[in-house]
Design a binder for this molecule. Structure first.
Ligand SMILES: Cc1cc2nc3c(=O)[nH]c(=O)nc-3n(C[C@H](O)[C@H](O)[C@H](O)COP(=O)(O)O)c2cc1C
Length: 318
């Protein structure tokens, strides 16, 4: 069994956290990741209510495993009830990412709940370590979903590991045993994986989006704000979302100001989501999507990543 600062902190059998993914990682996926030996995280949309957090957390708890909850710092200012509900739910870990996490990290520490945050450069990592996070997630630009399109996972991880003393997880582009072994060999305490889980049976990924994930290559993603702009979701502009490219991206990327005023485009996107047309609607995914070619149980993905990485590390070390 691979033992790291992460597995010790959270009593895990595998040094893997299933990333919080709004719209994808509900209780079913979180429970399955934890059943595989990692820690499954629940993800929530920026506008989720406190009750939605409570309901999903209670479903996860009834799965009989520990779970974590992932929230967005920029959204908590208007929805502090998400945070209160998260703390009440007895999670093993709470992540607050994308914005100033420090006031929330302080409250998590007061409540005795381990805190994590995703960082995109070394300066952010030092600030997060200073404010007392239990786990830092070095999230490289190749990762799926939202984040800063700043530095790739490997240069980021090396810089962060040298700069801080807290356990560091690597995120962005890790979807095979080779990837997990590589970041562990570099000194990471584990991996925080999102895209690798998108086609798992337990993910809430709709069938047509799942088919796109399975068919996509590593070159098929793009970082864009067009889906947020069209939906009027007030993500701070520094955070784009890495998604599969499609006709909507080709039409609007680079024309965000026009898009913001175009009600027809917003309606078109909403209708496409309803009917599952992903040439218009979005599928957030990272570059590791090219490595995802089968629909599998999440517990198997997690267990095989960990066992495979252990074998590789043993081979490399002789
Ligand atoms: C579909 C999708 C939704 C995501 N939603 C969230 C979210 O709600 N909260 C969050 O902190 N991160 C979210 N992320 C980002 C992940 O936490 C993580 O940074 C990313 O998945 C790591 O890179 P990888 O996809 O290459 O594994 C999301 C990622 C994806 C692919």
């Amino acid at each position: 069994m691979l033992r790291t600062a992460l597995t010790d902190l959270l009593s895990l059998r595998a040094p893997i956290v299933g990333a919080p993914m709004a719209g994808v990682s509900g209780a079913d996926l979180a429970v399955a990741v934890s059943a595989g030996g990692g820690l499954g995280m629940l993800g929530f949309a920026s506008t989720a209510s406190g009750d939605a957090v409570r309901t999903e957390a209670s479903r996860a708890r009834s799965g009989g495993h520990h779970f974590g909850i992932g929230l967005m710092a920029w959204a908590l200012a208007d929805h502090p009830d998400q945070f209160d509900a998260a703390i009440e739910s007895g999670p093993a870990l709470v992540s607050v990412s994308f914005g100033d996490a420090s006031p929330w990290v302080e409250r998590l520490r007061d409540a005795g709940v381990p805190a994590a945050t995703q960082v995109a450069d070394v300066r952010e990592a030092k600030a997060a370590a200073d404010c007392g996070v239990s786990v830092l997630v070095a999230r490289g630009a190749e990762g799926g979903g939202h984040g800063r399109d700043a530095v790739g996972t490997l240069p980021l991880l090396q810089g962060v590991l040298d700069a801080v003393d807290v356990p560091v997880l690597a995120a962005g582009g890790i979807a095979t045993a080779r990837g997990l072994a590589a970041v562990l060999a570099a000194g990471a305490a584990g991996a925080w994986i999102g895209t690798a889980l998108l086609a798992c049976r337990e993910a809430a990924t709709p069938p047509a989006a799942r088919a796109r994930v399975l068919a996509a290559d590593e070159t098929d993603t793009v970082v864009t704000r067009v889906f947020d702009v069209a939906q009027g979701i007030p993500w701070p502009p520094a955070y784009g979302g890495r998604a599969l490219g499609n006709a909507f991206v080709r039409r609007w990327h680079g024309r965000e100001e026009l898009l913001a005023a175009d009600e027809d485009a917003a309606a078109e996107l909403g209708a496409a989501r309803d009917r599952g047309d992903y040439e218009v609607a979005y599928v957030y995914a990272g570059q590791a999507v090219g490595l995802v070619d089968r629909e599998r149980p999440a517990s198997a993905v997690v267990a095989e990543l960990a066992a495979g990485a252990e074998d590789l590390l043993r081979q490399w070390c002789g």
